[in-house]
Ligand binder design. Structure first.
Ligand code: SF4
Length: 243
């Protein structure tokens, strides 16, 4: 198992991975990092694609699931159903705060809205994520992000050193588009999140400011933090979000 930064030729591997099938990238990750791998998943609309690809080569991989306290009940039910169906090694990390108490203390009077999204994501998403990574100390972290999801993600490489988590970040789906993801899900008969059929193309937390259904023709990420400049919860930013 390779874990030293110097033992990985990232530029050469990224040239190879640019056109590689995600299953080849996942296979390389399992062979290279073995038990040093973790996967993160939101159990959102397209999450089963990455999970299915990764457990094919590393069935017992720890899957870090951040429970912010503001998730849709459908997401929690979906996670439990998938955990049972695919025997997933889900590691659920919770926010340190009682969700309703936190809102009261921070002057958030309407649970259906969020005024300070950066403070909320810092407390309920990024802190548990950083805690999970400190505890699990992975050599490499697989994530399901894709380049077409945002301008930030479009600038990333499949394999890159992540100084925030002190491990390699691997994005096997980075160069796939939505059509390829959904073709893979259909081919392997992977279940949809229950909110998918209701127009939720990207699913995060339940306030209307954070996740909304979209109309036909809208960008599939446009239901997230709709109307705000915010495009990332912070997990995929090297510096986190507001912490
Ligand atoms: S997505 Fe919304 S509710 Fe969830 S942690 Fe971020 S601001 Fe809070």
């Amino acid at each position: 198992m390779l874990t030293e930064i110097s033992s990985i030729d990232a530029p050469e591997l990224n040239r190879r991975f640019h056109t590689a099938h995600p299953s080849e990238i996942c296979g390389w990750a399992a062979e290279t990092f073995g038990d040093g791998l973790v996967l993160t998943s939101s159990f959102g609309a397209e999450s089963l694609c990455a999970i299915h690809l990764v457990i094919a080569v590393k069935p017992d991989i720890p899957i870090v699931f951040i429970n912010t306290g503001y998730l849709f009940p459908e997401t929690l039910g979906f996670m439990e159903a998938m955990r049972h169906r695919y025997h997933l090694n889900v590691r659920e990390y919770h926010s340190r705060y009682d969700p309703m108490v936190w809102l009261t203390i921070h002057g958030e009077n309407d649970p259906r809205q969020r005024r300070d999204v950066e403070a909320c994501c810092a407390a309920h998403k990024n802190e548990p994520f950083d805690r999970a990574m400190r505890e699990l100390k992975p050599a490499a972290w697989i994530r399901g992000i894709r380049a077409e999801q945002s301008t930030h993600r479009a600038q990333l490489e499949v394999l890159r050193w992540n100084s925030r988590t002190a491990c390699w970040a691997i994005s096997p789906l980075l160069n796939w588009n939505r059509r390829q993801v959904h073709a893979y899900m259909k081919q392997h008969q992977l279940p949809d999140h229950p909110l998918w059929a209701k127009g939720y193309a990207s699913i995060g937390c339940n306030p209307e400011t954070c996740t909304r259904p979209i109309a036909p023709g809208d960008h599939h990420r446009s239901g997230r933090w709709n109307g705000l400049d915010k495009k990332e919860c912070g997990l995929h930013l090297d510096h986190g979000a507001g912490i």
